[in-house]
Design a protein around this ligand. Structure first.
Ligand code: HEC
Length: 227
């Protein structure tokens, strides 16, 4: 039984390994093989940081492909580590970390009137760099038990709330709480924007990863509970 389990695990790892993108030439980090179990002490770039960088820095007119202010593009792992000068294992030597923590508002990112990032988020970026700034990916895409409070609220907070809050959110769409999200589920716009079908694709900096979209779909199929 044990042997069977390890053979199955090995097979699963090989299959998963085959889907990993080839390492980008010239990037300091190597993509990590996906792991089944997510380690709470590890910062998973693809799940945790990429949506954040895309939503808060890679929006149109800032660090997207077209604008690329200062040559910095915050839309993919390769562009982020290369153009924001990430030095693996050395947060203080990484421009990305320096601009998030700069006390001079003229140099800080995001620039005013946006406020500085929450210290907890900056700490996750620091840890990620300390852990080698790799393209860490936790492929534990479990869509059987998706909880709004635990899984989706933090996701919408990091990927959507920077734009969809305040007195005049884009298109009048506020994404602050469960009721706001439930309204978008009911009129079909949530999946419409996430998949870019029939509506402007959201987030504007690039789609959420497939795992997240699958989880949201599974949650909607279960009746989009406020759990
Ligand atoms: C960088 C800012 C930004 C982020 C981040 C962002 N949006 Fe938007 N959103 C916009 C803008 C701007 C529009 C208006 C776009 C348009 O009409 O072309 C919009 C429009 C929408 C609409 C209305 C679509 C329609 O046609 O009625 C929905 C729904 C929406 N966003 C959902 C989301 C969700 C969900 C997320 C997170 C996964 C998200 N947005 C992230 C800026 C953003």
């Amino acid at each position: 039984m044990r042997l069977l389990r390890s053979v199955l695990l090995l097979a699963a790892l090989l299959v998963l390994g085959a889907c990993v993108h080839e390492p980008f030439a010239g990037t300091p980090g190597q993509p990590e093989p996906p792991t089944r179990e997510c380690d709470p002490d590890t910062v998973y770039f693809n799940q945790e940081l990429l949506p954040l960088f895309r939503g808060q820095c890679g929006s149109s007119g800032c660090h997207d492909a077209a604008a690329a202010s200062d040559g910095v593009r915050m839309d993919t792992y390769a562009n982020i580590v290369n153009t924001a000068d990430v030095d693996p294992f050395d947060p203080n030597g990484s421009k990305l970390y320096q601009v998030l923590t700069d006390s001079d508002p003229d140099k800080r990112m995001p620039p005013p009137p946006a406020s500085a990032w929450d210290p907890d988020l900056i700490e996750r970026v620091r840890l990620w760099i300390l852990q080698g700034a790799r393209e860490t990916d936790c492929a534990g895409c479990d869509s059987t038990e998706v909880s709004y409070a635990q899984d989706l609220d933090p996701l919408f907070a990091s990927a959507c709330r920077s734009c969809h809050s305040g007195a005049f959110p884009p298109n009048g769409v506020s994404i602050q709480n469960y009721d706001d999200v439930a309204t978008l589920v009911a009129d079909g716009r949530l999946l419409g924007v996430l998949k870019g079908t029939g509506y402007a694709a959201m987030p504007p900096g690039g789609p959420l990863d497939d795992c997240r979209i699958t989880q949201i779909e599974a949650w909607i199929l279960q009746g989009a509970p406020n759990d």
